[in-house]
Design a protein around this ligand. Structure first.
Ligand code: ADP
Length: 491
């Protein structure tokens, strides 16, 4: 598996899972293939684990919890900071592994690795600020204190679209809070998660504190059930599809497990007549075509004021013409492959459905004429609310434009989804920005920008796009319980 990519440090690429500080195979000895989405070639094999392996990992995480949670926040900070430092120091190798299994352009992969490190650094420090409260007593001779404690063993299940950042966005706050973790990365991208474990081990994070179990898709449900039914696991943090998230939330109800869910989005991207169109176009390209449209915050519905629609289209055609599609390792490539053949077929279905219902195709519209899971960057106009691409996440490099003529109509359209994750609005009118940003039913509003993800701000959705927040102080709170201590002093 090592000939395609030249790493500075070959030992980052592991074909074993990391449990209790050991690099192990599945008990069954089974493995599964991991393939490069740009070429279809086999990258390597990872352990195909099952319930028994996960039970072992939970035991290891439970055993490590006592010592890790007893540390002060400052004592936990040192190895976490070192982990962050090592992630940055090994960014080019981590990026190469990421591009190999996920496909995104190498420069984007590098940015993701730095983003991943930012969560570790930020939460390492934030642990020291998980303040409680001293509350004035309502009786004499009592002290009321509310403190925060880690929830215990936390479970994480992560997706393939950000194979490094989604791991640290969960593991960093969990570990900083004093939890230990069992994490299952997506079947498409196990090697990035395992490379992060190599660095966690080197950073001195004790054995059993971070455990990564890998498995192919057919075992995902069994692994999910093992994690959600365990009394030892206090919390599940999941990022993935809305359907799986709902199922996991239902499973967690039995043990009343805490849950954080980052699920699907159906983000509106709104361009008002008074917008700076250059900013709107460059932001649209960044937000929509980054990661080939495979992010939960990718704009899915472009709503453009009718008076600037034609000009927006003209500039967008030019901007799309500058995208360069190809293998993420090729220099200058800005648009990589989709993760799988299934993903390409879903995008094809959305385009065909839109065209059958009257949309107009201006650019792209089909798979690229080359090996691998490539779809051409696509621009369509005349999108209406009943089309599949208005109702479901397309998760591909397809931009479909619709027009609006009044703010009321716009808000009705923009909020007409159960998935209120992100939204974007472009305007230079301060009053309109104030009004609209408050009226949008979404957890995140980008005003005149397409870059809305940062470790320092709360990230999460309204309605069926999730529960809880990641990043920021809210992100560490998700891994802590509040305990009220009511101390009476008789006499
Ligand atoms: P996607 O369709 O983008 O792969 P999923 O929600 O299906 O999104 O997958 C996100 C993560 O959830 C992956 O790690 C996947 O293996 C895992 N997963 C999929 N189905 C289940 C399930 N029934 N229970 C637990 N985890 C699951």
């Amino acid at each position: 598996m090592k000939e395609k990519v030249k790493l500075l440090d070959d030992s980052l690429l592991r074909d074993r899972a990391y449990v209790g500080g050991e690099w192990i195979q599945a008990v069954s000895g089974a493995t599964f293939d991991v393939v490069n989405p740009a070429t279809g070639e086999l990258i390597g094999k990872a352990p195909h684990m099952a319930a028994v392996d996960v039970e072992h990992a939970i035991i290891q995480a439970e055993a490590a919890f006592g010592e890790w949670s007893a540390r002060t926040a400052k004592e936990r900070e040192a190895p976490l900071k070192e982990w962050a430092r090592l992630i940055v120091a090994n960014a080019s190798d981590l990026a190469a592994i990421l591009t190999l299994e996920q496909g995104k352009p190498l420069s984007d992969a590098k940015n993701e690795v730095l983003f991943a490190a930012s969560f570790v650094e930020w939460f390492a420090e934030e642990a020291k600020r998980t303040y409680g409260e001293v509350i004035p007593g309502s009786r004499r001779n009592v002290t009321y204190v509310a403190i925060k404690e880690p929830v215990g063993v936390a479970a994480g299940i992560t997706p393939w679209n950000l194979p490094c950042a989604m791991v640290t966005r969960k593991a960093a706050p969990a570990l900083a809070a004093g939890c230990t973790m069992v994490l299952k990365p997506a079947e498409h991208t196990p090697f990035s998660a395992l490379a992060l474990c190599v660095l966690a081990e080197r950073a001195g994070i004790p054995r059993g504190v971070l455990n990564v179990v890998t498995a192919d898709r057919p075992a995902a449900e069994e692994i999910g059930r093992t994690l959600t039914s365990s009394h030892a696991v206090g919390k599940l943090s999941f990022t993935g599809s809305t359907a799986v998230g709902k199922r996991l939330a239902a499973q967690c109800a039995d043990t009343m497990k805490r849950v954080s869910l980052e699920l699907g989005g159906n983000s509106p991207f709104i361009v008002f007549a008074d917008a700076d169109l250059d900013v709107a176009v460059s932001s649209a390209v960044f937000a929509k075509f980054r990661n080939a449209g495979q992010t939960c915050i990718a704009p899915n519905r472009f709503l453009i004021d009718a008076s600037v629609h034609d000009e927006f289209v003209k500039r967008m055609i030019a901007a799309i013409g500058e995208l360069s599609l190809g293998d993420g390792f090729e220099p200058g490539v800005t648009l990589g492959p989709l993760i799988s053949e299934d993903a390409v077929q879903k995008v094809e279905r959305h385009v065909a459905d839109a065209l059958a219902r009257g949309a107009k195709l201006l650019v792209g519209g089909k798979r690229a004429d080359r090996k691998g899971n490539f779809f051409l960057p696509t621009l369509m106009t005349g999108i209406s609310p009943e089309m599949a691409m208005s109702c479901e996440e397309t998760f591909g490099p397809v931009m479909g434009l619709a027009t609006f003529t009044s703010e009321d109509e716009l808000l009705q359209r923009a909020n007409g989804t159960r998935l209120g994750l992100a939204s974007y609005m472009f305007s230079r009118d301060a009053a309109r920005i104030h009004r609209t940003s408050r009226a949008l039913q979404a957890g995140i509003v980008g005003v005149n920008t397409g870059a809305i993800a940062t470790e320092v701000a709360p990230f999460g959705g309204f309605k069926e796009s999730g529960i809880g927040r990641e990043g920021a102080r809210q992100g560490i709170d998700e891994f802590m319980e509040t305990k009220f201590i009511c101390e009476a002093f008789p006499g």
